[in-house]
Ligand binder design. Structure first.
Ligand code: KIV
Ligand code: ZN
Length: 518
């Protein structure tokens, strides 16, 4: 049997730190359950000290997991560690993940600590965490820019004080695969008892090298990979789980390792994360992009017809994509619709199914052909709206070049219907002004983007809106055949996310300085 690579998913922690991404409790639970079904080995469910919402999410998730272990993040402070432990102490398999920066630039400017003070903190916090939790992971933040001899000392101390997993992150996505692999090689060959622990890699994609770096580290001894669905994460994101897993699967000849991942659940999980975060997956994204298995050029199509291996290095079925067999239209029934959703990788509860089916019927009345992309947009738009504070009810607008632009809008806020009307510089501006009248806020619109989901003038429009309020960014999507309605929905979805994000702020601590995110 080949050696196992442990998959540590941090979509709910590093992923949620992506500017614009934020998730409420219900959404986090849905993602955690999907990750559990995907059979990731460890789910880093959040950063419990960050907010009561994060704490509650980690605690709730910790009790629900069937297959995966749970990890909670803590800085090198006893208060953080206590809070992390409190959130996961009733889990079947809890892990405290604690970290401190070890690079000269982070120690000097961010922590304002000497290397000796950092060593002292490692000893104190890892010992403390180990007295609470049966399993402790320790990370040397910004390891990619740390001095190697100092890294040896820190790692040695973390192992001596009880860490069972040592994570070596390239926090700023700076290293090249050969360079980063060498750090692992050196650590493996210079730190005592390194063979008694699991070495872990955690990469960021600032130079587009996160997956390549992770694979280089596996070659040099890493047996845990920290990654996220769709490569979500701080700045340019983390290594994409689906890319790491499929690279290991497809290139077994050169990388003789295996993971526990149930790869057939990849597409479903990817779509769920995209719907929850409002982050559209780029069409040409490896593994999960809509073009990843599409063949346009005649010569490729001809080759595919003769033998799929000519242009496909893995099958779409391997990630859970099924060959489309069901054509949907206004005569399709609920059963066929449910089967179609399954084909597209969605499993949806009865209540949500009824709502989406109702919207599908409305759409089928307006649109001649219903494409898979239309159904994906419907699901994205509807499935996660259950806990929203603000809900769209109806909209009437005056548009065109004759009358002034005016919007009459009805929203439901915490169960109560409220109406407003407003004018503006165009129908979208009038609509956004009407929303602002009902739901007062200071958020500034940072991005407004419309895409047609399919071809044709009856296509649904998908609008993406990004809002910023006091340094907090949120992003959301809305779709409809009427682009002004799609715009209103996207704006409202973003406000709902802002609502969640407002509750988050990480307390400052003596040991480390103002951390916005990590
Ligand atoms: O990028 C990083 O260094 C992190 C650590 C907390 C592991 O996310
Ligand atoms: Zn990170």
């Amino acid at each position: 049997m080949s050696e196992k690579i442990h998959i540590f998913d941090t979509t709910l922690r590093d992923g949620e730190q992506s500017p614009g991404a934020s998730m409420n409790l219900e959404e986090k639970i849905q993602i955690a359950e999907a990750l559990d079904e995907l059979k990731v080995d460890i789910i880093e469910a959040g950063f419990p000290i960050a907010s009561n919402g994060d704490f509650e999410a980690v605690e709730t998730i910790s009790k629900r997991l069937k297959n995966s272990k749970i990890a909670a993040l803590a800085r090198a402070s006893l208060q953080d560690i206590d809070r992390a432990w409190e959130a996961i102490k009733n889990a079947k398999n809890p892990r405290i993940h604690t970290f401190i920066a070890t690079s000269p630039i982070h120690m000097k400017y961010k922590l304002r600590k000497t290397p000796d003070e950092v060593l002292e903190l490692i000893k104190k916090t890892v010992t403390y965490a180990r007295n609470l939790s049966p399993e402790v992971e320790w990370s040397c933040e910004d390891a990619g820019r740390s001095e190697i001899e100092f890294l040896y000392k820190c790692i040695d101390l973390a192992i001596k004080t009880g860490a069972k997993i040592i994570n070596i992150p390239d926090t700023v996505g700076y290293t090249l695969p050969s360079e980063y692999g060498k750090i692992f090689f050196n650590v493996k060959n210079n730190v005592p008892n390194i063979d008694k622990i699991i070495l872990s890699t955690h990469t960021h994609n600032d130079l587009g090298l996160a997956v390549a770096n992770s694979l280089a580290d596996i070659k040099e001894g890493a047996r845990q990979v920290e990654c996220t669905i769709n490569g979500l994460g701080e700045r340019a994101g983390n290594a994409a789980l689906e890319e790491v897993v499929m690279a290991l699967k497809v290139r077994k000849d050169l990388m003789p390792y295996h993971t526990n991942i149930r790869s057939e659940s990849i597409i479903k999980t990817s779509r769920l994360v995209s719907a929850v975060t409002g982050f559209t997956v780029q069409p040409n994204k490896a593994i999960v992009g809509t073009n990843a298995f599409a063949h346009e050029a005649g010569i490729h199509q001809d080759g595919m017809l003769k033998h799929s291996g000519t242009y496909e290095i893995m099958t779409p079925e391997a990630i859970g994509l099924k060959k489309s067999t069901l054509v949907m239209g206004k005569h399709s029934g609920k059963h066929a619709f449910r089967e179609k959703l399954k084909e597209l990788g969605y499993e949806i509860g009865d209540n949500s199914l009824m709502e989406i089916f109702g919207r599908f019927k409305d759409l089928a009345d307006k649109k001649k052909e219903i494409f898979d992309e239309d159904i994906i947009a419907l699901v994205d738009d509807q499935v996660l709206r259950v806990n929203d504070v603000i809900k769209f009810v109806s909209l009437f607008v005056n548009a065109g070049s004759v009358k002034k632009h005016e919007a009459n809008l009805t929203l439901e806020i915490e169960g109560k219907k409220t109406e407003s009307s407003s004018t503006g510089d165009g129908p979208v501006d009038a609509t956004f002004n009407a929303i602002k009248k009902i739901f007062k806020h200071n958020a500034r619109l940072k991005l407004y983007q419309i895409n047609a989901i399919t071809a044709g003038t009856d296509a649904q429009g998908e609008v993406t809106v990004r809002l910023e309020e006091e340094g907090r960014t949120v992003q959301a999507k809305g779709s409809d055949t009427d682009i002004v309605v799609a715009s209103a929905k996207a704006y409202i979805n973003a406000l709902n996310k802002l609502f969640v994000k407002r509750k988050k702020s990480i307390p400052e601590q003596n040991s480390q300085i103002k951390v916005k995110g990590v």
